[in-house]
Ligand binder design. Sequence first.
Ligand code: PMP
Length: 373
Amino acid sequence: MLYLDNSATTQMLTEVKEAMLPYLLEEYGNPSSKYYPLAINANEAIKKARENIATLLGCDVDEVIFTSGATESNNMIIKGIADYYGEENKHIITSKVEHPATLETCRYLESKGFTITYLNVDRYGRINLNDLTKLLLESPPLLVTIMWGNNELGSLQPIEEIAELCNSHNVFFHTDATQVVGKINLNVNDIPGLRFLSCSAHKFHGPKGIGVSLIKKDNSGLKTKITPLIHGGGQENNYRSGTLAVHNIVGMGEATKLAYSRLEKNTDHLQRLEKYLQKILIDKFGEVIQFNHDQKDKIPGILSVQFKGINNELLINKLAPIVALSTGSACSSSKPSHVLEAVGLSINAIRSTIRFSLSHLTNAEELNIFNEL
Ligand code: PMP
């Protein structure tokens, strides 16, 4: 079966599994325990994974906080800031094309008295920097939270510019980088206004159930305070309590290392595959198809394709025995896509859109299956 739903999740790499196995079997110590080798080994493994991730994302080791994934990271950061600083300012800016982990968190905060501005986007899902600038002046928010790359369209937001704007207005900026970590070059230290970032290992061939909240220190090097989402024993610098999932953390460290050591090669491969798939679809379906995604400034390997006059769910169902596809986000698959709605597509266009998301494990020959349909 051809798996083309890599934006929903990816296959774990063998190297990642091999790195994890000892921590599921022999090395089962609790990294918060002390003195004896099992605990020390677990602690060392966490330290190594954290160092890998910090180096590859471009931040300090104590800015990497392990969570259960990006849903938790988004909740933790947005609610944590809202709770800690909400007395001073109850305005948050986000966009209409965020993942439900952000949008539903914002809706929850609305019910608690916060005002949320949902920025409009252009036809590819990018916010307008002038709209943001105007809002920052007229109604300065506590937090701006905008995703780095969109999970349905693949479009990248102008993150450096947004971060710079937030920095110059002294506003916290968080980005949900779940779809870009491991897929594009990024260095958080080069983007001074970027204070918070969320990501998740299973989107780049790591295990499920592990992610990171990156919480940058302030300009004086002091720890940024937020209210924890999970209280308890004080692990992760008191940001996130709970016994660390050593095997998963080791897996995430390995997946991050592998993704960045092969980044250029993987990107080239994905860009070539993407062009190849587009050509096959055009040759095969001609006028019936239309691409919703932008051809530039995007995550390599994500295609959003309209099959005019064809119901997407029926088509995906029909193809399911041979190819795994989706209508868009796995987290909101029962509703028409809010992302495609926000970029201005009609309900008919939304109901005929299919997302193809490739990975570096996909190869060109496999894509020929679409020629044979
Ligand atoms: N944000 C984005 C942009 C995503 O694509 C996803 C996964 N669909 C998430 C957050 C949630 O990540 P997780 O599965 O790790 O909770």
